[in-house]
Unconditional design. Sequence first.
Length: 241
Amino acid sequence: MNYLIFWPLCMPKLTICNWKMNGSIQLIDSFISIAAHLPNDTACWNLVIAMPDIFLAYAASKEPRFRLAAQDCSTYSGFGAHTGEISADMLVDIGIRYVILGHSERRSHGDGAEAELIHVKLANATRCGLIAILCVSDDYESQITKQTESLLQVYHDKIILAYEPVSAIGTGCLPSAADIRETAVRLQQRYKIPRVIYGGSVTSTNALDILRVDEISGVLVGGASLKIDEVSAILRIQELM
């Protein structure tokens, strides 16, 4: 059986919320309250919220019925004299399960050195057992080295590729379902990663068309992820898949 083809059909799809430099204790409490009253546990555990590091320990202490993600991690591993850095080891220590790496807003476009930094972060995250959500857009994919490709293949079960077309980020202009499917298949085949999600102007209005693509394992939601009604609507759509 070709797991690249059948994985999206047998595994639940994910809704990954990227709050970016937003959030508050009140917002976290609101999401925890909503998740606690969702009728289906599956909907809760297939929700991942990536919030600023300053809120992660608080959210983890509340034992929310959703997963937590960091928005980045350090190139340094373990612990040491690296003021202001937060390592993958520290994230694991407080119970974080996921980390977003290489997001377009953190990447220096066209800078080959940035690809190497992402590689080191990816190595640190996978070594610690974190599930890495590696953002891939046209500009970054061209910089991926053979060394990183090897890492992707070794840790294929610990990495999710988030396809972020530059043209869709913040514009509301999404590729067609056929184009999303074609890119997902290409990424799966090239990097041997079964889980590919889509990110770029995702809302409850277009989530159904995206999640209907069998090869897509979920969505990475930006601005809409701060609105409880939007996230709840996407989760309801996700439950239909």
